[in-house]
Design a protein around this ligand. Structure first.
Ligand code: F0G
Length: 450
């Protein structure tokens, strides 16, 4: 099968454990619990204490030298499994049995792009961006989704569900369609961008618009899910994190295995920060990298529960009741993965910052001057770096990778609002169809260029 739905290991790639790829299991992350879960159930909360779960692997041994070479070689392969930037690193995520098919859309393999203006503006720092907007559905969610849908498929799940600020729903709808599953999406009413809603509809998902915030939609979904047997693929699903963590391997490979000083991500439900941290932890444990970059999370000021929690030193989350930001992707007041993300910041020596919507817009404008577009939530990273350099928390000339999580076209309403509809904006001119009118209209723009 050369269509992205094919067995995980093939052509003699079968590995350890008597034909099984590995012994993946789920374990509670809470220090006081660490309970290993019943392997027959793929849950997303600990059966004993309700804590978050993570995927771990018994007796997994990886040879960095051999694998670096093998992963590199796979880039020359035409096989769909090797073209996927997630499954190319399949030794890091061996949780499906060898014969089972993967559900892939050639996700990952996204570019690492240098910036000049944005790096200067934000620091100066050596700023490169890992553009996850280049994924099949336009966001980083595809990395986690290929993993969680493949896992669900291997367990015979026929319907998946998520609550979303838009990107998870687009991604889930696409991968569910590919797997022949039904997709059920919960989104806050009129609070997600039209493009994201359109994607979910286009892929045939059933869209339930419920509540005013992501938090409300997510709470209702979590409450009703057990009652009607729904399989959740939000980032509390630990297999999502497995897919998303491969971004770190791909990034390191693109950098010839030289870790940057900082990796910066926007923070919403905090799955991404958790995944980046898990990826780093494993690469370090297996000896792929020596140095561990600090992970920095940036939130929008009006939706910054994690920032507030860490800034006040609280051991419990300080939720934001009514989160507000134009970066709708990260408009979240009660991030489900905050405990995982806190561990990542503690372990890597990282920190959290918050930026205003005005700062996000400034960053978006500067990045556009480098010819790079991204949705507002993504560029909060660059605004955050600028603030942290000014505060002396990130050194000038530091080596920084910002993960841009979503494509520019994910939220064109935002661009139209800010770029084309403001009164003093001379970018969009409506001109009568005569040469005279054109000459007049172009006088000012041409004068500026000259
Ligand atoms: N950036 C974008 C573009 C997002 O869509 C999200 C999350 C984030 C950053 C934050 O990532 O939640 O892992 O901390 N979007 C989710 C969604 C919530 O439903 O699409 P996170």
């Amino acid at each position: 099968m050369a269509d992205g739905c094919e067995p995980v290991f093939h052509k003699g790639q079968r590995t350890t454990n008597k034909g099984r790829v590995s012994n993946a299991y789920l374990q509670c992350i809470e220090d006081g619990c660490r309970r290993r879960q019943d392997p027959r159930r793929d849950g997303h909360a600990c059966a004993a204490c309700g804590g978050l779960l993570e995927v771990l692997y018994d007796s997994l041994r990886l040879d960095p030298e051999k694998l670096r070479y093998q992963w590199h070689q796979r880039r020359l392969s035409g096989e769909p499994i090797d073209r996927s930037g997630v499954w190319r690193f399949r030794e890091l995520i061996p949780f499906v049995e060898p014969a089972h098919r993967i559900i892939s859309l050639s996700e990952g393999s996204t570019p690492l792009v240098g910036t000049r203006r944005a790096g200067w503006w934000a620091g100066p720092v050596h700023l490169t961006i890992k553009h996850q907007g280049n994924n099949p559905t336009g966001s980083f969610k595809d990395l986690g989704m290929t993993a969680s849908i493949t896992r669900a498929d291997s367990r015979g799940v026929r319907m998946v569900a998520c609550a979303s600020t838009g990107n998870t729903s687009s991604s889930m709808a696409a991968y569910a369609a590919r797997a022949g599953m039904k997709a059920l999406v919960f989104v806050p009413y009129k609070q997600i961008s039209a493009a994201k809603l359109a994607q979910a509809l286009d892929f045939g998902a059933i869209v339930i618009e419920v509540g005013d915030t992501f938090d409300e939609a997510f709470r209702l979904l979590r409450e009703i899910a057990p009652e009607i047997g729904l399989h959740l693929v939000n980032s509390v699903n630990p297999f999502r994190i497995e897919g998303q963590k491969t971004i770190v391997a791909e990034m390191m490979e693109q950098r010839a295995w030289r870790p940057p000083d900082y990796i910066v991500v926007p923070g919403g439900n905090l799955g991404n920060a958790s995944a980046v941290g898990k990826g780093l932890r494993e690469l370090k444990e297996f000896g792929f990298i020596e140095k561990v970059p600090r992970v920095v999370v940036v939130q929008a000021a009006g939706a910054s529960p994690f920032y507030k929690t860490l800034a006040t030193g609280s051991r419990e989350l300080i939720p934001v009741e009514n989160p507000r930001t134009e970066a709708t992707a990260i408009r979240i007041g009660t991030p489900a993965n905050w405990r995982k993300a806190r561990r990542v910041l503690e372990w890597t020596g990282g920190f959290c910052e918050s930026v205003t919507d005005e700062e996000i817009f400034e960053a978006k404008k500067v990045l556009a001057e480098d010819g790079v577009g991204a949705e507002p939530a993504s560029v909060s990273t660059i605004a955050g770096v600028r603030k942290l350099v000014r505060a002396g928390k990130i050194e000038r000339h530091a080596d920084v990778v910002a993960i841009l999580t979503g494509n520019q076209l994910k939220d064109t309403e935002y661009i139209m609002r800010h770029r084309a509809e403001s009164e003093d904006n001379a970018q969009r001119l409506r001109v009568e169809p005569t040469l005279e009118a054109l000459r007049q209209a172009l006088e000012k723009p041409l004068a500026v260029t000259a």
